[in-house]
Every structure is written in structure tokens, then in C-alpha cells.
Design a protein around this ligand. Structure first.
Ligand code: 0A1
Ligand code: ZN
Length: 852
């Protein structure tokens, strides 16, 4: 049997499956190298469709036997599955196949992780478990029986509700029709942290987080996050949970963050396990968000799923948008918004402005696993945010009620989603839909005019061509604005202007003094704003803008321009920026987490992107030097207040991961990083010695490495944590992240030779190679050593785990920004990868698109 050969699949070619799957019965006889899977599936011809070809997907399966209505048959193998002659009335398909979970290092289908059986079926992994129409529009109810050696595998879990269990077996039944990508099975020696939740209509739900023995002390936070998510979805979206059980499992070997399988969410252990000693505040916040994300998928993804994989943003964009709302409600709305915009600019903008640019709903792909991207997730969420801004909160809520009511139990398209909004509001959203089909980041230019009475904003929009899309049409862009007077008072509260033409003007009457505009408040659209304003005006907005996002953005713009001046013209850093920032840092009416964000500056890779957009060639070494110099300048300018800022933001008492104390720690740690530039690491040493939580310990260790004094603390950290896998990932990452540009490749190479480096574990691989790609000046060091090292490892990883290899190829996506020397070094590595024999479909597609 042959796997499917690389081919391009098009949205326009969609055709429904010709059969309805009435019921699926699966029996698993688990064995590490020879698991048997017996399937019994009831099919009925779908009279509403014409295509009656009976094709079942299947890859890497050994067929033992196949029957139709009890009669043994010999199906014919075709690429990617099999075909059979079937009756034209209802029939029962039975098959027995054998699979080898232990050999499955790709972590897709049924695999083993530390002696535990585990599945990952999204997007197309179910076909590696048994023959099936593995497509999201085929939904069915599943009954599952699991049999295994009772001593080694006492716990056996699947979707839905547990029906029965005994020595060596368990049975599960999921009453909700679901596509195969939501199937899950986990079995092994696991321990549960349990709790209960009562839904608003009074159903008692048993909750459990299953972990390997030894990790049970790291589940309490995840469980609280789950209960908060369940309550929030009831209160905000009116969505209740719909089974008697909800199980979460932590798995060490996992390609992504987590997976929303019906009733049995599977998590990368890094995204669920946490204790104050082992997890940072950032980890806690991420865990809370991912638990919420997977839980929210129960309605936006599972009850209403996608018709085909082109519609992936239907579930992902919406669910990311929902989890962001949740985090904003649980924590701080402005801080969450700023964090998300930083991430969007760091991950989605480069993607949308380079060779991998694709629409939120792409029109073709080769390997769907390559489309779990920042564009589909994060830009997809931005599109929902814009829709909500355009129709207003009340209409958004009504449209969602209609969407849930109309489409529950269905596999849907973006057209269905948009129609719910059109029917709710009476608006024609045809032009808005361009956000789903047009790739690239639009640029919005603002020009101001004032005549003593009327203040006018002239807005225009433009999008550069992207791969496959030379011509762009004007989109509907909500531009939220506010106007301030010179005392910093709002004379026009926030309102959304609707820019839907190439050029448009918006006038505000009755302003006898010239107002000061605050444009794109809250980052109301995922665009690049071009506004010709000077530093005085930015400093004014930094001091006075009533929109917390734009106030932060004003500081960010000042920092960026100061850095650009230093990089491109050798100019000194901007004193007005440092003065304005100092005033803010001392302002105790402001949330410490917000002040910590203010202290940040654009990343080196973001600066490289900006310089490239200006039509110049970024020099990674010069960007690094200027970024460090700005940090030094901050340390000197704030020297008199940093000790006080550090001291005032120490948190007393027992550790709490809540937003309040976490915000204080982030400000204190930001102050520590600057203080270290002045005291050579004295304060960091003290913090390291007394740290009783990972947030403080890791920040102190980072500061010590930066001061060139990390050696003994790194050894102490290793000795303390060597048996904790997740903490050891941090130990690996930190060294690569803080390596000096010329040393990065050597540091990373040495770490790959460490006894604890495991290429098969995606977290560990990423903690060295993923971080190497993020150390901008190190990765782009002119020697090309880091490019070659990453390529070496991608070549080694590809036969083991194509999905993770392919994702990490995106480290090279920005290669055309750089000078000819670096371009030729990168091209050489990309070509070396591309010409490997037996390169996976995943990696070959990615490298091909990047080189194109
Ligand atoms: N649907 C999951 C993420 C996920 C996607 C793909 C995977 O394998 C290719 C695994 C997980 C989510 O959005 O959380
Ligand atoms: Zn998701």
C-alpha cells in the first residue's frame, strides 16, 4: 500500500462523500509493536450525492482482513487508501488492521510516548489507525473497546462517556457525531487529578487531568483553568458542556500545543503541567489560555466543525478569538491585546509578507499540516475581531446565537459563518469576505488636515502583491480613532471609521483648536499604519493617550525610530523617549504588567522587517548592537529609580500565578535585567540564591548569563532540575537564547551533544533548534554556521518527524530580506534540504514554497 504522493488539492474541487456513516465500532487490541484495530462501520449511500465511488483512506496499515456484510472481500489498493465494490443499499464494512505504535515517531496516528499509548488524528492521522473516510465532513457516532495488558496499561481512555471497564479492558461511547480527526485514545499507567463541575442546567460532569505518576502535583492550576473556562463559556456564549466526563491527558511527545478531541483533550505536557517551582508566570498564563482554547473548541470546532480543511480558520480563528476574550476577562484587557499584537507582528506579519504568505482561507495546499499557521490562527482571530467591531457587540452576540442554533451538528464553511452575520444584521458582507481570500498585510496611510474648524483624516489603503495574488482589492478596514485636546482630554471618544475604498476622508466638525488624533486604537485591524508624525507628538501620546494600546504603541514607535536612527545613521538614542518612559515607569497608577510592556522594545527580527520594508538591507549585527545600546541607555537613564522600582515590585507571601502578582514580578524582572547592566549581576545573584519560584529563578539566571556570569548558576540549575523534563527544556533554551551572536551556533551544537538532548522529543528539539532560529543576530551570523547547523538537524529530523521539521523550515522564510552573502548561504542550505532523497511531503512543500 502506498501513501498518497504529493499533489495539490484545491478548494474548488470539493465534492461530498457519497455515503453516510451511521455508526462506527472500534476495538483496539493494544500492543507496542503490533496493535490490532478492528472496525465495524455501517454505511448508507447518500442519495443527495452523485459520486458513488467507495474510497477509504488508509496509510501505513497492514490489512489483515476486510468484509462487507460478513463476506470476506479483497479490496483494491490505490494511492492513499483502498477502493471496493459495495452494495447500493446500506451495508456493514468490517476490517482488521495491524499497526506499530512504537515505530511511529511522526506522532501522528497511534504512537507511544514514554510507555503510554496516545493518538493524534488532526488533520489526517486517523487514516493511520484504520481504513476510513478521513475527512471532516463525514461525521458519525463512535463506540470504542480498548484491550491491553492490565499491569502496564491500567488506564484506557477514549472519547465520550466511559461505559464499562474491567481487568484489561474498557469501553467508551460518544453520542455526539464527530469527524475522525476528533477521535482519541490514550492508555497507560496514568494518575488522575479529579474534580467536578455542575453545568448551569444541573448536569454533574466528572473532570480529570491524567498524568504520569510523579506529575500529579502539577495539575491543580490546569483544573482551575478548566472550571473557569466552563463557567465563562456558559456566561458569555451560553454554551454548556455536553458529556458526563471531561478528560485531559498530558503527553510528553506532542507536535503541537494541545488537541481538542471530543471529551478527551490531549495536551503537550508543557501546556498543562505547572507548579510555582517549575513553571514561570508566562507558562501559567499560556496554560490557562490553551486549556480554555481546547475547551472552547467543544462548540467552535466539535459541535460545529469544518466541511473541509480549507475552512480551518472557521474553528481556529474563532476559537483563538474566544480564548483571547477569556484571557482579557480573567486578566488585563490591554495587556492581553498588547501581547497578542506583539505576537502577531513577530509571527504573522513575516509570514504574510514573505514566500509563505497565504489567505486566511487558502485555496490550495499540498500538506494540510503545513497550514496550522499564524495566518489561519492569529489573523483568523483578527478577522473575527474586525467583524465584531463592524457589527457591534449586540449584533455579534445575536449572530453567534444564530450560528450555533443553525449549524449545530454540521460541518460548515466560511460562507455559513458570514451568512449568520448577514442574516442578523441585514448587511452585505461580500467585501468583508476579502479578508478570507486576500493574503498580505494591508498598509493604511493617514494624512491629517485642519482648517480652524474641521479636522479631516484622509485614509488610504494599499496591499503589496503576494504569491499568486498580483492584484489586490480594497478591503473593509475598521480604523478605530479618538481625538484628544492639548491637555490630553478626549474630545472625540473612540469610534470606528469604516475604510472600504482605496482612499477615503473622514471629517470632524466643530474643533476650534487642532485636535490630536489617536489612530488604529486597540489595533483595530491587522494592518501596517503609516502616519507621518513627529517625536513630540508621539511623546505626547505616550504621556496622554486615553487608549492604553495606543499609549503603548506611541512608546513602541519612539523606540523603533530611535533604534532605526542608531542602526541606519549612527544617531544617538532619543532622549525624549527615555524621559517619557521614565515618567511612565514611576507612575504607580499604572498596572505593573503594563509598565513592564512599556519597557520592552521591538525585537531584532521585527526591526529587520521594518528596515526591509523601507527598501534597505538589514544588518543583523548592527541591529543587535543598537538594541543592546538602547538597553544600556535605559539602564543609565533610569539608574536612580531602578533599585526602587525593583524593590517596590517584590511580591511577599505565598506564590500566586494571578495577574496582579505576576505583573509585579514581570516589572521587577524587567528592572533586574537593566540593573544587571549597572551592577554586573550582584542583584541577580541574590535573586537567584533566594528564588522560590521559577519566574524569579529563570529571570535571575538569564540576567547572570547576560552579565557573563552564568556558568555556576547554570550548573546549579542543571543539578537541581535534571530530572524534570519541562524545566530542562528551559535550561536548553536559555543558553541558546542568551548566546552571543558569534557563539550561538557553537552553543547550540554543543547542546545537541548533551546526554539529555533528544531529537525525537519535539519540545527538546525546539528548545535548541527553534530557539537558535529566534536568536536573530546569532542565527544570521555572517559565518552561516547557524544556517548550516539548523539544516543539518532538519535533515536528520525529517525521516523521524516530518511535521515538526516542516514547521521549523519557516526559520528561513525571511531569507530574501538579507544581503546577497546571507541569501546565498541560506539558499545553499535550503537546496541541500530540498535535494535529500525521500524528503517528506511536509518538508518538501515548505522548502519549495520558501525557495520559490
Ligand atoms: N487543533 C489544535 C491544534 C492541532 C493541530 C494540528 C495537530 O496536528 C497536526 C495537532 C494539534 C488546536 O487548535 O489546539
Ligand atoms: Zn484550536
Amino acid at each position: 500500500m502506498k501513501d498518497a504522493a504529493p499533489q495539490t488539492i484545491y478548494l474548488k474541487d470539493y465534492t461530498p462523500f457519497g455515503y453516510i456513516v451511521e455508526h462506527v465500532d472500534l476495538t483496539f487490541k493494544l500492543h507496542p509493536t503490533a496493535t490490532r484495530v478492528l472496525s465495524k462501520i455501517r454505511f448508507t449511500p447518500d442519495t443527495s450525492t452523485s459520486d458513488k465511488m467507495f474510497f477509504l483512506h488508509g496509510e501505513q496499515l497492514k490489512l489483515i482482513s476486510a468484509k462487507i456484510d460478513g463476506q470476506e472481500i479483497s479490496p483494491s489498493y490505490v494511492e492513499g487508501g483502498l477502493q471496493a465494490d459495495v452494495p447500493d443499499t446500506a451495508f456493514t464494512w468490517e476490517a482488521e488492521v495491524e499497526i506499530n505504535p512504537e515505530a511511529n515517531t511522526a506522532l501522528e496516528g497511534l504512537y507511544m510516548s514514554n510507555g503510554m499509548y496516545c493518538t493524534q488524528c488532526e488533520a489526517e492521522g486517523f487514516r493511520k489507525i484504520t481504513f476510513y473516510p478521513d475527512r471532516p465532513d463525514v461525521m458519525s457516532v463512535f463506540d470504542v473497546r480498548i484491550e491491553a495488558d492490565a499491569d502496564n496499561t491500567p488506564v484506557m481512555l477514549s472519547n465520550g462517556n466511559g461505559v464499562s471497564k474491567g481487568e484489561g479492558f474498557a469501553t467508551w461511547s460518544d453520542p455526539w457525531p464527530k469527524p475522525a480527526y476528533l477521535f482519541a485514545l490514550v492508555a497507560g499507567n496514568l494518575i488522575a487529578h479529579t474534580d467536578q463541575f455542575t453545568t448551569k442546567s444541573g448536569t454533574e460532569v466528572d473532570l480529570a487531568i491524567w498524568v504520569r505518576p510523579g506529575d500529579e502535583g502539577k495539575c491543580a492550576f490546569g483544573m482551575e483553568a478548566l472550571k473557569k473556562s466552563m463557567t465563562w463559556d456558559e456566561e458569555v456564549y451560553g454554551r454548556e458542556y455536553d458529556l458526563d466526563e471531561f478528560n485531559i491527558v498530558a503527553v510528553d511527545d506532542f507536535n503541537m500545543g494541545a488537541m481538542e478531541n471530543k471529551g478527551l483533550n490531549i495536551f503537550n505536557s508543557s501546556c498543562v503541567l505547572a507548579s510555582p517551582e517549575t513553571a514561570t508566570d508566562g507558562n501559567f498564563e499560556r496554560i490557562e489560555a490553551i486549556i480554555a482554547h481546547e475547551y472552547f473548541h467543544n462548540w467552535t470546532g466539535n459541535r460545529i466543525t469544518c466541511r473541509d480543511w480549507f475552512q480551518l480558520c472557521l474553528k481556529e480563528g474563532l476559537t483563538v478569538f474566544r480564548d483571547a476574550q477569556f484571557t482579557a476577562d480573567m486578566r488585563s484587557e490591554p495587556v492581553k491585546r498588547i501581547d497578542d499584537v506583539i505576537a502577531l507582528r513577530a509571527r504573522q506579519f513575516p509570514e504574510d509578507q514573505g514566500p509563505l504568505s497565504h489567505a486566511v482561507r487558502p485555496e490550495s495546499f499540498q500538506e494540510i499540516n503545513n497550514f496550522y499557521t499564524a495566518t489561519i490562527y492569529e489573523k483568523g482571530a483578527e478577522v473575527i475581531g474586525m467583524l465584531k467591531t463592524l457589527v457591534g457587540d449586540a449584533a455579534y452576540a445575536k449572530a453567534l446565537d444564530l450560528y450555533f442554533e443553525r449549524h449545530d451538528g454540521q460541518a460548515c464553511t466560511i460562507e455559513d459563518w458570514i451568512k449568520a452575520f448577514e442574516d442578523t444584521t441585514g448587511r452585505d458582507l461580500t467585501q468583508f469576505k476579502l479578508w478570507y481570500s486576500q493574503s498580505g498585510t494591508p498598509e493604511v496611510t493617514v494624512r491629517e488636515e485642519y482648517n480652524g474648524e474641521t479636522f479631516t483624516l484622509h485614509l488610504s489603503q494599499k496591499s503589496a502583491p503576494t504569491p499568486g495574488q498580483d492584484e489586490k482589492h480594497p478591503q473593509v478596514i475598521p480604523v478605530a480613532i479618538g481625538l484628544l485636546n492639548t491637555d490630553g482630554e478626549e474630545v472625540q471618544p473612540t469610534m470606528a471609521l469604516e475604510l472600504n475604498k482605496a482612499e477615503q476622508s473622514f471629517s470632524f466638525e466643530g474643533h476650534t483648536t487642532r485636535p490630536i488624533a489617536s489612530v488604529l486604537r486597540g489595533f483595530s485591524a491587522p494592518v501596517i499604519l503609516k502616519q507621518d508624525i513627529d517625536n513630540t507628538r508621539r511623546a505626547f501620546l505616550l504621556a496622554h493617550d486615553t487608549d492604553p494600546f495606543n499609549r503603548w504603541e506611541a512608546g513602541r514607535d519612539l523606540a523603533r525610530d530611535s533604534l532605526l536612527g542608531a542602526i541606519l545613521e549612527g544617531a544617538p538614542h532619543n532622549a525624549a523617549y527615555l524621559d517619557g518612559l521614565k515618567a511612565l515607569l514611576c507612575d504607580e497608577t499604572l498596572d505593573p504588567a503594563y509598565r513592564a510592556l512599556m519597557l520592552g522594545q521591538p525585537s531584532q527580527s521585527e526591526l529587520a522587517g521594518v528596515i526591509h520594508k523601507m527598501g534597505q538591507i538589514p544588518d543583523p549585527a548592527a541591529i543587535h548592537t543598537a538594541s543592546e545600546a538602547l538597553r544600556d541607555a535605559k539602564a543609565r537613564a533610569f539608574a536612580d529609580m531602578l533599585p526602587d522600582l525593583y524593590a517596590k515590585n517584590q511580591v511577599e507571601g505565598p506564590f500566586s500565578p494571578e495577574a496582579g502578582p505576576a505583573g509585579k514580578r514581570s516589572l521587577a524582572n524587567a528592572a533586574l535585567a537593566l540593573v544587571t547592566r549597572l551592577d554586573g549581576g550582584a542583584t541577580a545573584s541574590q535573586q537567584y540564591a533566594h528564588a522560590d519560584n521559577m519566574t524569579l529563578q529563570l529571570a535571575a539566571l538569564s540576567a547572570l548569563i547576560d552579565a557573563g556570569k552564568g556558568a555556576s548558576a547554570l550548573q546549579a540549575f542543571y543539578d537541581q532540575w535534571q530530572s524534570d523534563r519541562l524545566v530542562m527544556d528551559k535550561w536548553f533554551s536559555l543558553q541558546v537564547m542568551h548566546a552571543k551572536p558569534a557563539d550561538s551556533a557553537t552553543v547550540a551544537r554543543t547542546l545537541t551533544q548533551h546526554a539529555d538532548f533528544e531529537m525525537k522529543n519535539p519540545n527538546r528539539f525546539r528548545s535548541v533548534m527553534g530557539i537558535l532560529a529566534m536568536n536573530h543576530a546569532g542565527f544570521h551570523h555572517q559565518s552561516g554556521a547557524a544556517y548550516a547547523l539548523l539544516a543539518d538537524w532538519l535533515i536528520k529530523l525529517d525521516p523521524v518527524n516530518p511535521q515538526t521539521t516542516a514547521r521549523m523550515c519557516s526559520a528561513f522564510q525571511t531569507w530574501k530580506r538579507y544581503d546577497a552573502h546571507r541569501q546565498s548561504l541560506i539558499k545553499e542550505q535550503l537546496e541541500r534540504i530540498a535535494t535529500q532523497s525521500n524528503l517528506s511531503r511536509d518538508t518538501s512543500e515548505m522548502v519549495g514554497r520558501i525557495l520559490d
